[in-house]
Write a protein that binds this ligand. Structure first.
Ligand SMILES: [Zn+2]
Length: 452
């Protein structure tokens, strides 16, 4: 009889599981099967998918297209007037080249405990964790202290101007009483046996520039002393040789201090007090060689990316173009920076045009939501540390920081070593265990904050 008893106990345990946690993997698999590759986006397909789930749960929602096929969705649970919380995710994903994947990137395949697919990490998984938390909060029937909004947007992967940016511009009333927002950009990482949660509070500010050089055109057989191409090459070389002044802003100092003890011995003391080391050119140079991600947080940077000259080998073109992906420390004046680039280039025949830029903004660590995240991560991952994160990349959070909403990049997951690599890459995947554990965490976090 004994085996039977064990079986009965097991059946009881599994049926006692949380349905919002247990259904997360199949929901994420289904969401991955909705192809929302950007370009073109087709986020309306994702809106229909999410809308069906909300409708079945009896939750009202609104949708709007910023352009044909570019859907956005939001749903609100009403509370008692404390500043509201937005759970934000983007529906679109970057393209996937199936020939480099071991499985179909849009099939939602589970293999060896991992759920594979484009968006498994960036960021349909977090969108599903947020959805399950939102549904659980609704199902709990609890009185809420604040409004909680579930918001799914288009176009993040191309800058968000047809998604989050568009909504703030065209439907600002949605965010009227909002004080807080949770989005992608942070989460748990392992350093050896230690677990560290990064809560992203700010990010470097992208400033994308196009340099265009003009010159005399001609035949390749008759070289000229100066051409559009020689000018653009000289401008590019001057920029590549430039190191903008290194400076430490407070969130970056906190980040370095927080990760200091996980660094190899020669970096430990420098990271403890990074402000005292940024004037040391040799230190900065070696940091750029060994840890370019940390180095990039200490100064404005420009990567030379696209370069165009002639389309024909024997034609000297009248125009040559170089594009720069510059990222500013988030306390800088963009116009001042462009003036600095102009000085470095120092050539009146090279024009500098701004393709895109954001305004700098940071969120505070001194809020009830930040402290709650800190407490909850400590409870769920005993011995873990929570550190404010500063991202070299950008997310949609900057749109919300601009209007004073405290926005945090936070995924309640600790990725295994081989999981993180798939973001924008091949075989993007999340372990089923990471997903369910993260969902349970998100359900708890949102419930605590919405009923405080
Ligand atoms: Zn993303």
């Amino acid at each position: 009889m004994r085996p039977l008893v064990v079986l009965v106990v097991l059946a009881f345990v599994s049926s006692a599981g949380d349905p919002f946690v247990d259904t997360a993997p199949e929901r994420l698999a289904a969401y991955i099967r909705v192809d929302t590759t950007n370009p073109p986006g087709n986020e309306t397909r994702g809106v229909e998918f999410l809308g069906t789930i909300l409708r079945e749960a009896g939750i009202a929602y609104d949708t709007v297209e910023s352009a044909p096929g570019r859907g956005n969705l939001w749903a609100r649970l009403r509370g008692n007037g404390k500043p509201g919380l937005v759970l934000l995710h983007h529906i679109d994903v970057v393209p996937a080249d199936a020939s480099y994947w071991s499985v179909d990137p849009y099939a939602g395949v589970t293999k060896d405990g991992y759920l594979y697919g484009r968006g498994a990490l960036d960021m349909k998984a977090l969108g599903i964790m947020q959805l399950q938390a939102f549904l659980a909060l609704h199902a709990s029937g609890k009185q809420l202290s604040r409004d909680v909004l579930y918001v799914a947007t288009a176009d993040e992967e191309a800058g968000g101007f047809m998604g989050a940016g568009w909504l703030l511009e065209n439907r600002p009333e949605i965010f009227k009483d909002i004080g807080y927002l949770l989005n992608e950009g942070g989460g748990g990482r392992r350093f050896g046996t230690d677990t560290v949660f990064f809560v992203e509070v700010t990010q470097k500010v992208p400033v994308w520039l196009r340099l265009t050089a003009k010159g005399r055109s001609g035949h390749g057989s008759v070289p000229l002393a100066q051409t559009a191409v020689t000018r653009i090459l000289r401008a590019g070389q001057r920029l590549a040789d430039t190191r903008f002044e290194a400076r430490v802003i407070e969130p970056v100092a906190n980040l370095f201090k927080g990760v200091a003890r996980f660094q190899r011995s020669e970096l430990k003391s420098a990271f403890e007090d990074i402000g005292a080391h940024v004037t040391d050119a040799a230190f900065l140079q070696s940091l750029q060689m060994t840890a370019p991600g940390y180095h990039a947080l200490l100064r404005n940077t420009c990567s030379l990316t696209t370069l165009q000259g002639s389309k024909k080998i024997n034609v000297v073109p009248p125009e040559a173009v170089l594009e720069l992906d510059c990222r500013l420390v988030p306390d800088q004046d963009v116009d001042q920076f462009i003036a600095q680039v102009t000085t470095v280039v120092n050539d009146r025949d090279v024009s500098i045009e701004r393709i895109m830029s954001f305004t700098p903004a940071s969120s505070s660590m001194d809020t009830s939501l930040y402290r709650l995240i800190q407490t909850k991560t400590g409870e769920r991952f005993p011995g873990s540390t929570t550190i404010p994160g500063v991202s070299t990349g950008f997310t949609d959070s900057h749109f919300f920081r601009d209007i004073g909403i405290q926005s945090y990049g936070f995924s309640p997951t600790v990725l295994a070593e081989n999981e993180g690599a798939g973001v924008h890459g091949n075989d993007e995947r999340i372990s089923v265990a990471t997903l369910t554990k993260g969902t349970a965490f998100m359900v708890d976090l949102v419930q605590s904050f919405a009923t405080d």
